[in-house]
Design a protein around this ligand. Structure first.
Ligand code: 5GP
Ligand code: ZN
Length: 140
């Protein structure tokens, strides 16, 4: 498969790997947005978050927790933003799901995850929206 992250897993493309186990691997981002910006990926290829099976998501987030601790300690960060860009509309460029760990430093000028976007959506009909979302659980 022509996937850049699969090539990192296979060793065809070099990366600054900080952690690896049977199911996950973590490496420094090649264009970091903060010192220590790291991505954690499952070794098995999944395009999007919804594609990951339950065991794999458990393994992945177990790794994310450990990597986040090590990254914060190793960089001297004061905190971190941990998240993923899920699908193209959300900024996903590499179609192999990956969790970003972005170390944060007091006074670094950055914002919270929810400051990525604010379209000021209407909040008059939150009950309708709640029901629409709840209804979709029946189809999962
Ligand atoms: P996305 O927008 O898909 O969530 O982010 C993909 C991330 O992967 C970007 O932050 C980008 O810098 C990083 N990235 C893309 N190609 C490579 C690569 O070849 N090596 C490493 N280490 N990071 C990469
Ligand atoms: Zn892949």
């Amino acid at each position: 498969m022509d996937c850049i992250f699969c090539k990192i897993i296979s060793g065809d493309i070099p990366a600054k790997i900080v952690y690896e186990d049977a199911t996950s691997i973590a490496f420094l981002d090649i264009t970091p947005c903060a010192k220590g910006h790291t991505v954690v990926i499952p070794k098995k290829h999944y395009d999007t978050f919804q594609d990951i099976d339950e065991n794999a998501v458990r393994d992945l987030f177990t790794s994310v927790k450990m990597v986040a601790k090590a990254v914060e300690k190793g960089t001297g960060a004061d905190g971190s933003n941990i998240g993923l860009n899920n699908k193209k509309a959300a900024g996903q460029e590499v179609p192999h799901i990956h969790i970003h760990i972005i170390p944060r430093y007091e006074g670094d000028g950055g914002g919270a995850i929810q400051s990525i976007i604010n379209t000021h959506p209407n909040t008059d009909n939150l009950d309708d929206l709640k029901e629409k979302i709840k209804y979709c659980f029946k189809k999962i």
